[in-house]
Design a protein around this ligand. Sequence first.
Ligand SMILES: Nc1ncnc2c1ncn2[C@@H]1O[C@H](COP(=O)(O)OP(=O)(O)O)[C@@H](O)[C@H]1O
Ligand SMILES: [Mg+2]
Length: 262
Amino acid sequence: VVAIASPKGGCGKTTLALNLAVSLARGGLRVVLVDADPNGDILSAIACRSRATSGVFDALSDDAEVSSLAMETAIPGLSVIPAMGDEIPASLRGVVPDGGLWRRMLEGPRQDADIVLIDAPAGMFGVAGEILDACTHVLGVLQAESIPKRSFDMFQRGLLARKHAPEVVGVVLNMFRRSHSASVSVLVEAGQELPPKWLFETTIPRNDVFMDATERGMPVILSGSSAATFVGGLFDALASEIRDRLDLAECARPAQPGAFLL
Ligand SMILES: Nc1ncnc2c1ncn2[C@@H]1O[C@H](COP(=O)(O)OP(=O)(O)O)[C@@H](O)[C@H]1O
Ligand SMILES: [Mg+2]
């Protein structure tokens, strides 16, 4: 159970969670993607918000069986649990600080999948903190600009402050621009300052394909252009790094029709 987390909003957690989930599923894993950000919009990003009637926040407030809320997607192996709910549950209002609630709730999806990805709200405390406590692993998202970089210090400090801190599977640099010195500085500093091996080899560039994909309501890799295919390939590489780090066996990929050397 891997939370996608960062101290700061807008650095690409939702984008990464969705595209990574797609790559992991295309690689043959059974993936459940849980949208746990009340503002988050995994469903909007895949243009099916109107299809969902209930979601993870219903399960929190009335003990509904969360697995039954999972929606199958057009990608074999990938299902999504939406961030819906009739009312704002007590735990979100800060009334019931109960990390165990999330852990119990994630039991079901955990049985059904090889990997559960959770798109967490921004921050390392409050609801985001409760979600972190309920996860076995966390993947940090570092936006490659100087101000987000500064706030990323809170990622490590926030984890140290938790009683049940999840293990860090890695940190991915997002919105990287090799033509911009601030972006390159973040890469260099992250390499020097973060614990060894936290930073993934794969870095996600800042690219317009993300906006195009969102407008078309689909993950990047399916949106068709050659730039999108390239960025989609990066997510495949990131997915493969994560599989290695988590010891999830590589599943046989379906044979590509007409392999190009034959
Ligand atoms: N690598 C990227 N290049 C360009 N735009 C990006 C990239 N990653 C994310 N974005 C855009 O940045 C905005 C915030 O991303 P989002 O995933 O919603 O962040 P978060 O979930 O952390 O708040 C979105 O409009 C998204 O399309
Ligand atoms: Mg988000």
